[in-house]
Design a protein around this ligand. Structure first.
Ligand SMILES: Cc1cc2nc3c(=O)[nH]c(=O)nc-3n(C[C@H](O)[C@H](O)[C@H](O)COP(=O)(O)OP(=O)(O)OC[C@H]3O[C@@H](n4cnc5c(N)ncnc54)[C@H](O)[C@@H]3O)c2cc1C
Length: 538
């Protein structure tokens, strides 16, 4: 039997007994079979049983009152809990806890869409509602609202936004207007305007008065979220993407600046930048390497190739050296006018660049006419992403290295040089080959992020080497001022350690709050790198 650290077998058994009395025997899980569902199916520690982070038990409350009872029992026995909503955080830890031996509080059964308000465009959700379920709920009722779904449609707005995840409309926590949570002492709190008794403004004004403490709940351990106000997006009349490309290497900088300026002005809704020629040999999931030896040679040469060499190669291969993209939506007339504006904007700046408008998609969508791999980008969540992984033979999963960097060409080049050097120095040619050269995308409006998937293999030795490389990448990027926005469960301390300004003042502040609100250290110890006193290595 796996026991949480610092908890005796006697206390653990007593707690399980009390959970059973509170929730019913069929909602308390301790068998190996049942607990396998709370292992990270994509664990980076495959083949390393002593390192894998596993739960000791799981419980599935169905109401706020039951969550409170679970918290009460955990306090009594000083038992660490770990809350998940839909529990599909694949690539960042799955449904597994941060601390081995924790009891997972699985909130999948709390799956009511409490309210959808069409006038003010929001939903009040319980944690177990998935993106696919919410999308079906809206379509079945002909409600013309879209949910900002992640590519993994089995995840949900609550869990996704609580890990600062992103949907097709970008930053999902930015859509959270208020939170209801059970605190570590069992009390229920509502944040923002939800703190006004009988208040009307909870779903529409997020700050309320005084400190906005909603930000204490994502990537942290200050409460178990039991409800969330999540803003939805009115279905547009039309959605249309566009891209601009050029064979000239030195166009990349002005193109990135130009696309970002359209974003800053609020003219376009999403943006991204790539160098298709430099990325021609990438083989990350979803990409097929073109295996062009000259690309590899230039990338590996000092200064990673002169602009003139890249220009010549672009002409020889027909693959552009610079490409940016954006998305526009709204009334059809406005989409047409915005695309005209973007076309003129780029034509003035770079007359030789090629502007291409994507397919116009009019709502309500006729899904029969939309290829399934485009559904998510149009607000129709599905599970296609898993098919994409399977098609590429990825059957042990992956975990994400997800650094943020500035949405500027210099930073993109510098980040690529840095990462490639770390990978080359580590003598990991396969990883380097898959990386190739990465551009960036902007679910967050003023920064780029990339998602590089470290594949998991059956070979434990290989997995262990990759873990070391991941560690080195995070630390080296930090030396250059880049940091991860999110991290798999086993890397919480590593990534939190990067946010160490002024003798880790931020971490120490969080620890002070943690000790005050959770003196028994029961809630998600280690999440976000925040450890309660009892588990802290001072
Ligand atoms: C093919 C594929 C595609 C993906 N695409 C995307 C994508 O487009 N965008 C993206 O962001 N991610 C993506 N992911 C990663 C991940 O699957 C999603 O982010 C998913 O939404 C997260 O899982 P979830 O929604 O079930 O959240 P959960 O696993 O329920 O929660 C995530 C974390 O939030 C915290 N938490 C959850 N619920 C609570 C609560 N009630 N109270 C307190 N804390 C809580 C916990 O720390 C938990 O580990 C993808 C993964 C795969 C495999």
């Amino acid at each position: 039997m796996m026991l949480p650290p610092g908890v005796s077998e006697e206390a653990f058994r007593a707690a399980i007994h009390e959970f059973t009395a509170a929730l019913g025997a069929d909602q308390v899980f301790t068998s190996e079979d049942d607990l396998s569902l709370y292992r990270d199916a994509y664990t980076p520690y495959r083949g390393m049983p002593d390192k894998e982070i596993v739960a000791s038990a799981a419980v599935a409350p169905v109401s706020v009152e039951q969550v409170q009872r679970v918290v009460h029992i955990a306090n009594k026995h000083r038992l660490p809990l770990f809350a998940t909503s839909t529990g599909r955080n694949l690539g960042y830890g799955g449904a597994a806890p941060t601390l081995s031996g924790s009891v997972v509080v699985d909130l999948k059964r709390m799956n009511r869409v409490v309210e959808v308000n069409v006038t003010d465009c929001y939903a009040v959700l319980e944690p177990g509602v998935s993106f696919i379920e919410l999308s079906h709920y809206l379509r079945e009722r002909n409600i013309p609202l879209l949910v900002s779904a992640a590519e993994n449609g089995a995840g949900g707005p609550v869990g996704n936004s609580l890990d600062h995840g992103v949907g097709f409309l970008g930053d999902n926590f930015a859509r959270v207007c208020g939170i209801e949570a059970v605190l570590p002492n069992g009390e229920v709190i509502r944040t923002g305007s939800g703190a006004v008794s009988n208040g009307k403004l909870w779903p529409v004004y997020k700050y309320g008065f005084g400190p906005d403490v909603s930000g204490l709940f994502p990537q942290a351990n200050f409460g178990i979220v039991t409800k969330m106000i999540f803003w939805l997006e009115p279905e547009p009349e039309r959605m249309q993407g566009f891209s601009v490309s050029s064979s000239k290497h030195d166009d990349f900088g002005p193109m990135v600046d130009a696309i970002q300026m359209l974003r800053h002005k609020g003219i376009i809704r999403s943006s991204g930048a790539r160098n298709p020629l430099r990325a021609a040999n990438n083989s990350t999931v979803g990409m097929r390497s073109r295996n062009i030896p000259e690309v590899e040679r230039l990338l590996s040469s000092p200064g990673d190739g002169a602009a003139s060499a890249w220009d010549a190669l672009s002409i020889a291969t027909g693959i552009p050296n610079a490409s940016v993209n954006g998305t526009v939506w709204g009334p059809a007339k406005i989409v047409v006018a915005t695309l005209d504006h973007a076309r003129e904007h780029f034509a003035k700046l770079l007359p030789h660049a090629t502007f291409s408008a994507g397919t116009a998609r009019d709502f309500p969508l006729d899904l029969a006419t939309v290829p399934v791999d485009q559904w998510v980008g149009l607000g129709m969540p599905n599970l296609w992403g898993f098919q994409r992984l399977a098609n590429q033979g990825v059957n042990r999963g992956h975990y994400y290295f997800s650094p943020l960097f500035k949405a500027q060409a210099d930073d993109i080049f510098a980040m690529n040089r840095t990462v490639r050097k770390v990978m080359a120095d580590a003598n990991e040619p396969e990883i380097l080959k898959r990386w190739g050269w990465q551009g960036g995308g902007g679910p967050f409006p003023k920064t780029y992020v990339l998602y590089y998937d470290f594949l998991v293999y059956d070979d434990a030795g290989l997995n262990a080497r990759h873990l070391k490389l991941f560690d080195r990448l995070v630390k080296t990027c930090a030396e250059h001022g880049w940091a991860e926005y999110r991290a798999p469960a086993g890397f919480q301390d590593l990534v939190a350690g990067v946010y160490a300004n002024n003798n880790s003042a931020l971490r120490r502040f969080c620890e002070t709050m943690k000790d005050a609100v959770d003196p028994n250290g029961i809630l998600s110890p280690g999440r976000g790198g925040i450890w309660p006193r009892r588990y802290r290595k001072e």
